[in-house]
Ligand binder design. Structure first.
Ligand SMILES: Cc1ncc(COP(=O)(O)O)c(C=O)c1O
Length: 384
């Protein structure tokens, strides 16, 4: 039975993507599956399970709430919170038994106080972040980063320095700048380990995992590649990964428009000739952005039709054309309508939608709203 809007996620594809990514890693580096933002709309818990089944050895999220969600679902894998954590959020992170990233000495003090208040039997793993060029979190000053590392040892028995990391700004573009960042980070990581012992060193996101082997160190942190999207925001097939997300609706109505008839809010489509118009009950409240007005395709029964008129909150419309010589419409009521995915030989990727909107695949995926039910399968076999 068709649903008005549905996000179908192929967990087998995610698992295979992790296996494939791991085969590309330098000298035994591990893979951390970054499942923040509900695994970019795919569902953090099922994606985390699929990634672990594919051999991921760690999970990462951005927020305390995301860490708690994974633990509440029974996931016990090592877990890293990548983002800044306020003192209000720290107890949630500690209760989740997650590792954290330290950006400054002040944070280490807050962490020590919070961990002392929690009677956990395992020390909190801390990763020191060096800002080698991203310009957001972390210190640019290696001496300050050494001081952060030293503070972890000094402040509390409940803390343990376990890693050092940086984040690359241009692994999807300017590889010279990425190399310059690594030229800052690598000696820092070496010196840090000389002073504090063996640590887990990590720098690579998906783009760096695919393009910059020198960035693999001990672990890579992959997000977008898990879902079979292209970190360079081009053709995902070129990565050898499989896109896991399908976003669909169905044709709820087909009706005739005569030349001069308009469709949708603002009359932004006016038929130039008699044609058939399909209405699909999915709209911007589901994540089909209004910027796709007159600027997207819909795949129906293996054919590609232009989305016409304004994207409404709950509906979109497509031009099915003049129909057959018998005057019957080309598209049938009830047919699945694919916004992201394949229909016959046709496909529309997350990246295609991103290009239409002048954005990146991440933002398209994160925009698929909570109103859209997620359904999981493994190569077509439903997963409960
Ligand atoms: C610190 C950090 N590492 C890794 C990632 C994963 O990036 P990507 O989804 O491009 O693989 C992110 C996501 O933005 C991140 O913030």
């Amino acid at each position: 039975m068709a649903l008005r809007a549905l996000a179908s996620v192929n967990l087998a594809a995610i698992e295979r993507n992790v296996v494939s990514l791991r085969t590309r890693l330098n000298g035994g580096a591990e893979l951390c599956a970054v499942v923040k933002a509900d695994a970019s709309g795919h569902g953090a818990v099922p994606v985390a399970r699929a990634a672990l089944a594919g051999g991921a050895s760690m999970l990462a999220v951005a927020t305390a709430g995301e860490a708690a969600e994974l633990r509440a679902a029974g996931l016990t894998a090592p877990l890293l919170v990548l983002g800044a954590i306020s003192s209000e959020e720290l107890p949630v992170v500690l209760a989740a038994g997650a590792e954290v990233v330290a950006f400054n000495v002040r944070f280490v003090g807050q962490l020590a106080a919070a961990s002392a208040a929690v009677s956990g039997d395992r020390p909190v793993g801390v990763h020191v972040k060096l800002d080698s060029g991203m310009g957001r979190l972390g210190t640019r000053d290696a001496e300050e980063a050494f001081a952060v590392a030293a503070a972890v040892g000094e402040r509390a028995p409940g803390l343990r320095l376990v890693g050092a990391m940086t984040h690359l700004a241009t692994a999807d573009g300017d590889l010279d700048f990425a190399a310059a960042q690594l030229a800052v980070f690598a000696p820092f990581a070496t010196e840090l380990q000389r002073r504090f012992g063996r640590l887990r060193i990590h720098a690579a996101n998906s783009a760096a995992t695919l393009r910059v082997p020198a960035s693999h160190f001990d672990m890579v942190r992959c997000g977008i590649a898990l879902y079979g999207c292209d970190p360079m925001n081009e053709d995902p097939d070129s990565t050898g990964l499989e896109q896991a997300m399908e976003l669909s609706s169905y044709v709820a109505a087909v009706k005739r428009a005569e030349a001069g008839d308009s469709v949708g809010y603002g009359r932004r489509f006016i038929a130039q000739r008699p044609t058939w118009v399909a209405t699909m009950p999915i709209g911007y409240a589901d994540g089909v952005r209004r910027g796709l007005t007159n600027n997207c395709d819909v795949l129906i029964d293996g054919r590609r039709y232009p989305l016409i008129g304004t994207v409404s909150m709950d509906n979109i419309t497509a031009d099915l054309g003049e129909g057959g010589s018998d005057g019957e419409p080309a598209g049938r009521v009830g047919a699945p309508a694919i916004l992201i995915g394949r229909s016959g030989q046709e496909r529309q990727t997350v990246e295609d939608i991103a290009h239409r909107l002048g954005t990146i695949n991440h933002e398209v995926l994160c925009g698929i709203s909570a109103r859209v039910p997620r359904r999981y399968h493994r190569d077509g076999m439903p997963v409960p």
